[in-house]
Design a protein around this ligand. Structure first.
Ligand code: FES
Length: 564
């Protein structure tokens, strides 16, 4: 690769009014780091290091960076790591989703502003992979994803434990009075038994799988556990691959097409992936001018059974998926319905990559076949109706079959605070027929569209043995959660969507087979209520919160900022 003023250390000069001086002074400061002239004449690979003491999922990054650097150096390039924002899911208030776009902006601008010829996106926890992809697609330099990898499972009384489907299951049992404090403390110390991302098919596992499916990660990279030697070998291979991608000028706009995203959607459906992925994929695709609509997800979902037997839809964990062949084996089983001409970051087409992959081995029960799927019906269903004019989502594979068609009276909570204050009150007028409705928990109302959509079952019903109810909101839900939960209602209540007009006792009808969620209130009455909706007070008066509130788009558009 020939270095000129558009490549290597000489690109993107700091403006001192004299380009030759800018190169001279930059080299002088680079020498302060200890680099030699030989090193400074090489192509540069940036490594986005999102290690943080506030991100438990990214604690293996120093090992991965060491392996990455071996791979990059072996191909004659110079690796330079740099930090961006890191978003640790359980350490960030009010919710990481509010900062996904900030991280995307940070990633994009730092790739653009600093002298690098390509970049490795080192992420993992839920919002980090979509944020990095959004930023890298906009920057459009050769980029490749490397993720932390999933945690390995823990153990409690001989049973495997995984974050965070089992966190929620045990919490529900605790609320129902079936577990005591001592048991809960013991489980608490075993739910997350290593570094790495949540080891069920939650959002982190899903987004890693989709990065691989769309061709932005080397084959096999999504499922290898964080602590396995294979993950380090994969990191080393990623280092070699990014240099090759630079030499072939494989920038994201040359790798990705609508077909790449359709492949990702098909994999999303086959793995029973997280509802959050619909928002993230839509936002990522928009960064290179590709419009994905809920109709795209719905159409592909209709043709794709759930094949992967992982929690929360099934029973296994990511380490089992890795042992069974990982995402390449899932894609092999889907091969006939994938766009095999799609380009991938290793320069081969998807079809060429899949030539080396065997079909799902018979000895395992983790990756099912199309002839014997885990679920015939699709995992995620898009819903429409007068309650969600621009759509809503339900994770059908994690819902209770007897509630997929349900009509019941609404029990309305006007905010997350209202929900917390009243849900467990002994006098709450609620039966298992009720539909619990949460308003003002969307992108603007939440704020940040928190994962509050997994509304708790009232304690008095839990203690009576009720495990699931229909729940509806404009919030999101963790990919690790389960239940008959309608999410992402768009437009949200806080911007005047019909969800804001629901009142206690109104009948709501959910009909998942017919993709419908309806408020059974006549149009005149609904119109009158809509005219009288009072928007909630804004959450922010200054800073990023104001920028976020004024520019975040609704869920069906991906919740990106309207100016990005
Ligand atoms: Fe990071 Fe679950 S908390 S992936």
């Amino acid at each position: 690769m020939k270095l000129d003023q558009t490549t290597g250390i000489k690109q993107g000069l700091t403006n001192y009014g004299d380009p030759e001086f800018s190169i001279y002074i930059r080299k002088a400061f680079a020498k302060a780091i200890g680099y030699t002239d030989d090193e400074l004449n090489r192509p540069i690979v940036g490594i986005v290091n999102t290690f943080s003491g506030f991100n438990s999922c990214h604690q293996n990054f120093s090992d991965l960076i060491e392996a990455l650097k071996r791979g990059i150096l072996s191909q004659g390039a110079l690796p330079i790591e740099f930090p961006t924002i890191s978003l640790g899911e359980t350490f960030t208030s009010p919710t990481t989703m509010m900062f996904r776009n900030l991280m995307a902006m940070d990633t994009e601008e730092m790739i653009r502003a600093q002298p690098m010829d390509g970049v490795v996106l080192l992420g993992g926890c839920d919002k980090t992979v979509p944020a990095q992809l959004m930023g890298a697609l906009s920057a459009d330099k050769p980029a490749i994803c490397l993720v932390a990898g999933p945690m390995i499972t823990g153990d409690y009384q001989g049973k495997r434990l995984g974050a965070c489907t089992d966190c929620r299951r045990f919490w529900r049992e605790y609320r129902a009075g079936q577990m005591d404090d001592e048991q809960m403390e013991l489980i608490n110390s075993r739910l997350c038994s290593s570094t790495g991302t949540c080891m069920v098919m939650g959002t982190a596992s899903t987004m890693a799988a989709l990065a691989e499916a769309m061709g932005m990660m080397l084959p096999g990279g999504a499922a290898i556990p964080a602590v396995m030697a294979d993950r380090r070998r994969h990191a080393e291979a990623t280092g070699r691959a990014v240099v090759a991608a630079i030499q072939k000028d494989l920038s994201p706009s040359r790798v990705l097409s609508k077909h790449s995203f359709e492949n990702a959607i098909r994999v999303l459906m086959a793995i029973g992936g997280s509802t959050n992925a619909i928002i993230h994929l839509t936002a990522i695709a928009k960064r290179i001018g590709i419009q994905l609509t809920l109709a795209d997800f719905d159409r592909i979902g209709d043709q794709t059974p759930v094949l992967v037997n992982l929690k929360p839809s099934g029973k296994y964990y990511m380490e089992d998926l890795a042992k069974s062949g990982g995402i390449p084996t899932v894609m092999k089983e889907l091969e006939a319905s994938l766009h095999c001409q799609a380009t991938t970051i290793n320069g081969k087409t998807l079809g060429e990559n899949l030539m080396e992959v065997p079909s799902p081995p018979e000895w395992q029960d983790v990756i099912k076949t199309r002839n014997d799927p885990l679920l015939e019906e699709k995992g995620l269903t898009c819903l429409f109706g007068n309650l969600a004019p621009n759509g809503a989502i339900i994770k059908r594979s994690a819902a209770s079959p007897h509630l997929l068609q349900h009509r019941g009276p609404a029990l309305v909570f006007t905010s997350i605070e209202d929900l917390h204050n009243r849900i467990d009150h002994p006098d709450l007028n609620v039966t298992n027929d009720h539909v619990i409705v949460l308003q003002n928990a969307g992108p603007v109302g939440g704020p940040g569209m928190p994962e509050a959509g997994y509304l708790p079952i009232p304690k008095k019903l839990l203690r009576a043995g009720i495990k699931d109810m229909v729940r509806i909101s404009d919030a999101r839900m963790s990919g690790t959660a389960f239940g008959t939960v309608v999410l992402h209602i768009s437009p949200e209540a806080a911007v005047g969507g019909p969800l804001a007009a629901v009142r206690d006792g109104d009948l709501i009808e959910l009909d998942v087979n017919n993709k419908s969620v309806q408020l059974l209130v006549d149009d005149n009455e609904l119109g009158k209520r809509m005219d009288n909706i009072t928007p909630p007070k804004p959450h922010f008066q200054r800073g990023y919160g104001v920028l976020y509130t004024n520019h975040v788009e609704q869920a069906h558009l991906g919740c990106d900022f309207d100016f990005l």
